[in-house]
Ligand binder design. Structure first.
Ligand code: SF4
Length: 76
């Protein structure tokens, strides 16, 4: 788990095919697929640039980014 950032996935809101898209678009490899399931690569969480590409791509509520250093969240 990251010290500064935690990325949370709501599996129920990940549409088919969305996992692949998220894996490909994140510039710092925060997402990975384990089988069909989208997962977070915890070792990379603190590399998140807060570019919000994943938030714009994912369906509402599917991805939440927690800024642990200021108690703030961003939600797709
Ligand atoms: S905000 Fe950008 S860097 Fe952070 S997880 Fe989403 S796509 Fe990756």
């Amino acid at each position: 788990m990251g010290l500064f950032i935690r990325v949370e996935i709501n599996q129920e809101k990940i549409a088919p095919g969305m996992g692949d898209e998220l894996v490909n678009l994140c510039p710092v490899d925060i997402f990975a697929l384990e089988g069909d399931q989208l997962t977070v690569v915890e070792d990379n969480e603190d590399e998140c640039t807060l570019c919000e590409l994943c938030l714009k791509c994912a369906s509402a509520g599917a991805i939440t980014i927690h800024k642990l250093y200021k108690n703030e969240t961003l939600v797709s």
